[in-house]
Ligand binder design. Structure first.
Ligand SMILES: *[C@@H]1O[C@H](CO)[C@@H](O)[C@H](O)[C@H]1NC(C)=O
Ligand SMILES: *[C@@H]1O[C@H](CO)[C@@H](O)[C@H](O)[C@H]1NC(C)=O
Ligand SMILES: *[C@@H]1O[C@H](CO)[C@@H](O)[C@H](O)[C@H]1NC(C)=O
Length: 446
């Protein structure tokens, strides 16, 4: 084939491709302009593949939970459009370190001050690497939490890669314990990624809040989070059709005051189904989605925050929450009153519980309004897996604004064939290898 006919073929193909694109665009135009609700994207069943057109136009895109809730790969613009109010805690932490005029150093992320349940992590090239662990393996609890948290970061980074984005190279410390016990000297600059912070504790303003491990899964009462979300829907109903009771199950010892108070005020009450769980006795355990059958779901703090809340918020029931000492990454969205009220606030000792339950039972329209607000804010938006992935990626960006830039590589020496050679290698070990380790990762790694 001569060059000339080759060029002609090329032109012909280009013209044909342009024509086909035009036909596709026209079809879309017709589809949108004839659907109900001027210009609204028609609802599709979940798990369809986004068309290239949808994928590229962030300005016209809106979050549709039926389509997008489980998508960890929304790009930065979509994360902002879908979850404009999600990043409060990240902004707070960034501002905290700016106000201190302190750039976080590698020494600030060392974890020798923790006896256990802590690790140091490196993110580079959208990959997760583990640099060091401190007793995250002994004890079933910490092991599960560590794997879950790393899995969450891994998933969020896969999402970044799928969205064509690259997370900044970052190095940080994480604890998977309920409380960090962060050093509390006035000028201390240690900082750590943690599930919660105590509101009255100034030292804990150094924390960076992360979505807790229950966003991955919560065996044995809930299983994988996204599966529980689906199962909970089975009990969707108007508040008047729900069991007219407050439901709670849990152990008392993690917070004798709060949980003991709840057990005491509800004892023998016909409007309450509140009992202690005995982990040894399977018939006392209730799966979280089964709590969605009830009109009221009660939340209680434990040793610090409690991971239960996001599960309860995935029911379409009335959340009852006592005044909280601890906050987590999405709690700033809890609204106790007004047009946007999305839960029922009660005293920390539940002394006003009976009165509130009585009032909301007598006012089903008001009750349903609170439920609808809760569903709109939490279940279909801010506690979705999509939101969680967006949060992690924004966190990496926020952290990088005020923290040191790590060197992801280290130089090691090896003796090869009698001579010493230097090798440059990535620090730590890959997440993929880490989750298959049988024992504890070396306490201190390069
Ligand atoms: C609950 O009641 C028991 C028995 O009266 C009492 O000993 C306990 O202190 C109460 N707990 C709380 C937190 O008030
Ligand atoms: C297990 O819990 C059920 C329900 O509370 C109770 O009826 C039963 O006696 C308990 N069994 C044991 C062995 O404690
Ligand atoms: C190792 O060193 C010997 C002696 O200097 C040399 O003959 C041989 O080719 C080397 N082997 C490799 C694999 O470099």
């Amino acid at each position: 084939m001569s060059n000339l006919t080759g060029a002609m073929h090329q032109h012909l193909w280009r013209a044909l491709a342009a024509f086909l694109l035009l036909v596709v665009l026209l079809q879309y135009f017709l589809l949108f302009s004839t659907s109900d609700g001027a210009g609204e994207v028609p609802r599709r069943p979940p798990h369809h593949l986004p068309s290239p057109i949808e994928h590229n136009s962030a300005e016209t895109w809106t979050f549709d939970h039926l389509r997008d809730a489980d998508n960890p790969a929304l790009n930065r613009a979509k994360c902002q459009a879908a979850f404009p109010e999600l990043y409060y805690e990240i902004d707070r932490s960034v501002q905290y370190w700016r106000d201190r005029s302190h750039t976080i150093t590698q020494e600030d992320t060392e974890i020798s001050w923790r006896q256990d349940a802590a690790l140091r992590v490196l993110v580079h090239g959208n990959q997760v690497r583990i640099l060091e662990t401190r007793h995250t393996w002994e004890g079933e609890g910490y092991r599960k939490r560590t794997r879950a948290v790393l899995g969450q970061i891994h998933r969020a980074l896969l999402g970044a890669a799928a969205a064509g984005e690259s997370a900044p190279t970052a190095e940080f410390a994480v604890t998977v314990d309920d409380q960090t016990l962060i050093p509390n000297a006035e000028d201390d600059t240690h900082t750590i990624w943690a599930f919660s912070r105590r509101l009255i504790d100034g030292d804990q303003e150094r924390h960076w809040l992360i979505p807790d491990f229950n966003f991955w899964s919560s065996p044995p009462v809930a299983g994988a989070f996204h599966e529980m979300r689906d199962r909970a829907r089975v009990y969707d109903a108007h508040v008047v059709e729900k069991k007219q009771q407050v439901i709670w199950r849990g152990v008392k010892w993690t917070n004798e005051y709060v949980r003991g108070s709840l057990l005491n005020v509800t004892e023998g009450m016909p409007w309450a189904d509140v009992e202690e769980v005995d982990w040894e006795n399977k018939s006392t355990i209730m799966r979280v989605e089964d709590m969605c059958r009830y009109m009221f779901v009660a939340h209680t703090e434990g040793r610090s925050w409690s991971g239960r809340l996001k599960y309860l918020l995935n029911c379409d029931s009335l959340p009852i929450i006592h005044s909280l000492d601890w906050t987590a990454h999405f709690y700033h969205l809890l609204t106790p009153s007004g047009a946007d009220q999305n839960y029922i606030p009660v005293e920390r000792d539940f002394s006003d519980l009976a009165e509130k339950v009585e009032w909301y039972m007598a006012h089903p329209r008001e009750s349903q309004r609170v439920v609808d607000n809760a569903v709109a804010t939490f279940r279909t938006r801010y506690t979705t897996p999509a939101a969680e992935a967006c949060y992690w990626r924004r966190l990496l960006n926020g952290w990088s604004e005020v923290a040191f830039v790590p060197d992801p590589y280290e130089t090691t020496t090896a003796i090869m064939n009698g001579t010493t050679v230097e090798q440059r290698r990535l620090r730590g070990i890959a997440f993929e290898e880490f989750v298959q380790l049988q024992g504890n990762y070396p306490q201190v790694a390069g």
